[in-house]
Design a protein around this ligand. Sequence first.
Ligand code: GDP
Length: 363
Amino acid sequence: MEHPENNEAYKGLKVNKGIENAPTINPYLKKRIHRREYSVSEFVEGILKGNITILSQAVTLVESARHEHQVVAQEIIEKCLPFAGRSMRIGITGVPGAGKSTSIDVFGMHLIKQGHKLAVLAIDPSSERSKGSILGDKTRMEALSHEKDAFIRPSPSAGSLGGVARKTRETIILCEAAGFDTVFVETVGVGQSETAVHSMVDFFLLIQLAGTGDELQGIKRGIMEMADGIIINKADGDNVEKAKLAAAQFRNALHLFPPAESGWFPKVLTYSGYYNLGIKEIWDMIDEYMAFTRKNGYFEYKRRKQAKYWMYESINDTLRDTFYTNPAVQSQLEMTEQQVLNNEITPFTAAKRMMDLFLTHIH
Ligand code: GDP
């Protein structure tokens, strides 16, 4: 049909008559925007049924800085705890570009094909500062992000590494209660975040690259010492020989370390995440480790040790928070600091003064 404006009588500018209140385009939209508030038991029930939407919302509460959210989150965690603990927790680290996301995608698909359910979490303390995380972005794991048996969650952003790590640990509990039997905790291989990840996983995997022959330089000894498996990525094309050489060097270097408490000697393997080569061998290694440490009791021992560690971490965090948010402390802290800077009092006197002030003002 000819558009009426093409008629001669309509040529030139004209003002259209406005319409009365526009009808709601989607009558259901309102309902969808206003997220339903679940009760603690609804949350727990949803999580235990494996409802991903409810799980995601519970994780959002865990990550929230608001006190009332934390109260609910802690109740949910408490109730989920009896159903948690049954997963294989694997820490994955490597410098940016090592191929973490490519590898996690491939490892994850390998596991899902075997009928596993996988949660991929991340610890990236830099995300707060840079306002954008380098890790855990959903789009980085192309295949996994379309899988219903994969739950991918970017790193929580919080001020401190301790805060981020605590939230991730709590999220592990919720994911396990939701039926995820494998949990990856990814971290960027450049800082202290490895220690945090190591303290919440059963197996710690270090992704390395073959380079110029001096790849052992620049890797923090501490990170290598934590690794239960070192895997050398990009063993494809011209790089295969270099990767094998690097593997031999790592094996030699590992012999110089004191034996691990687990009784397990870390393995070094080469693979290609991109070309999907050597993936099964990596999983065989992890299965072997799990069987080995379950048999010798180390698996349970480490989990208990980790639980103890988190108890003290949590106490330390709470103490620090209570101290620094105490109004009496806040009113005197800067002035006391200035006195130290001016050499008027010693740091120890200053610390004692602040502690005494705190102790007389807590209730
Ligand atoms: P991340 O920063 O550690 O997450 O690393 P990415 O997974 O983003 O990989 C960094 C780059 O290395 C990308 O361009 C990948 O395509 C490439 N890459 C990853 N795995 C392999 C591999 O096995 N072989 C080759 N040749 N390239 C790879």
